[in-house]
Design a protein around this ligand. Sequence first.
Ligand code: 8DG
Length: 140
Amino acid sequence: MADTLLLPVVAAAILDGEGRCLVQRRPVDKEHGGLWEFPGGKVEPGESPEAALAREIAEELQVTIDAPVPLAFASEARGPRHLLLLLYRVERWTGTPRPLAGSILRWCRPAELPGLAMPPADRPLADALIAGSGKNAAHG
Ligand SMILES: Nc1nc2c([nH]c(=O)n2[C@H]2C[C@H](O)[C@@H](COP(=O)(O)OP(=O)(O)OP(=O)(O)O)O2)c(=O)[nH]1
């Protein structure tokens, strides 16, 4: 439809050496408040998705990321807007993740992701991450 407003959002599956993923609980006063999500945020006009991801992760977690790899995306109508949620796999990063005021961080094993309350668009993304982690484990 010609009047659809695209909302591009980038998010990171930040992994530690044990294959655990960092998830963030959204502040209760925001949209999807209290749900667990992948850290990230909206792509600003004129910004590449990768630049937006690096900026959001630095702002939200005080972590510097390197070499994000596209993992999966979700496409979902959100009223007058249409969410395009791009998830990247991030294995190379530096810093100690610190939560912004009002949010909570947690390292999660892939098997724990299905038990987390997440925004609907995140469910297939979490499944893709789980599938990928199984494949990696199977191939050593
Ligand atoms: N960061 C993130 N956002 C998600 C996920 N799943 C999901 O539906 N969203 C939605 C929630 C919001 O509508 C939108 C991201 O908005 P945001 O509020 O995090 O973006 P932002 O950091 O740029 O925040 P702001 O400046 O607008 O306050 O994408 C996810 O896993 N991570």
